[in-house]
Design a protein around this ligand. Structure first.
Ligand code: ATP
Length: 237
């Protein structure tokens, strides 16, 4: 079943057109990745799906429903949740409070919240160790885990991940991609934006290559990984 469909999307910053007619789909249960160079439009596409950027032209469908004009918090209620680039956690709140914020829009309480918290701490044991610590005192990798954990607390059906590997040490990068697969195995679909194209294509079922606001190529992750043009442009030859 098609969970997300983006149809001929156009998005502007002032008079600059950042997204120039992007179309793609994500099926229920899939990990789909958008790869591309700096400025290709990956982040803008993600932010438009979560509803923080407005659509100039085109449509976004979630489970067949047109959500193009839906408010961001209503999209969270429907099950679309983004873990933002640059982490975006609350530095003056504890890890526990940050995770609690993830349940805010849905309003989960009591036993359900405790169960979800336990699940997130099982995925990220580091967060359990740091549960009473201020978010701002965590390392970059831990903040990234916290941002993903907070998104998971909202029980998404579709998790939007913006550059989860950015700024992480190599060992942590491998770990983050393993966790993304675990999250997906739990039944959560994932749209993954990455500059680390090799890891992203190894992790994703399918990928789309973005160049200056256009989709220029699509295919199975494993096929794009061995595609000569993709290798030359994004995988270091
Ligand atoms: P990155 O990996 O660097 O985040 P990206 O593929 O995610 O790159 P976007 O951040 O979506 O690309 O940017 C797409 C285009 O929109 C670029 O040309 C960029 O310069 C422009 N852009 C992004 N944010 C803004 C902004 N706030 N104001 C004006 N132009 C912007």
């Amino acid at each position: 079943m098609t969970l997300l469909e983006v149809r001929d999307l156009h998005v502007f910053y002032g008079r600059i057109e950042a997204i120039k007619g992007v179309s793609f789909t994500l099926n229920e249960g899939e990990i789909v990745t958008l790869i591309g160079a700096n400025g290709a439009g990956k982040t803008t596409t993600l932010r438009t799906i979560s509803g923080v950027r407005t659509v100039a032209e085109g449509s976004i469908f979630f489970e067949g429903e047109d959500i193009t004009k839906m408010a961001p918090h209503d999209r969270v209620k429907r099950g679309i949740c983004q873990a933002p680039e640059g982490r975006g956690i609350f530095p003056g709140m504890t890890v526990r409070e940050n995770l609690d914020m993830g349940t805010y829009v849905r309003g989960d309480k009591g036993p359900q919240k405790a169960k979800d918290l336990e699940h997130v701490m099982h995925l990220f044991p580091r967060l359990r160790e740091r549960i009473g610590q201020m978010g701002g005192t965590l390392s970059g990798g831990e903040q990234q885990m916290l941002a993903i954990g907070r998104a998971l607390m909202s029980k998404p059906r579709l998790l939007l991940l913006d550059e989860p590997s950015m700024g992480l040490a190599p060992m942590l990068i491998a770990q983050i991609f393993t966790i993304i697969k675990e999250i997906n195995a739990d039944g959560i679909s994932v749209l993954l934006v990455e500059q680390n194209a090799t890891q992203a294509l190894k992790t994703a079922h399918r990928g789309y290559v973005l160049e200056t606001g256009y989709v220029v190529k699509t295919g199975a992750g494993s096929d794009l990984l061995v595609d000569p043009a993709v290798r030359a442009a994004y995988l270091g030859g």
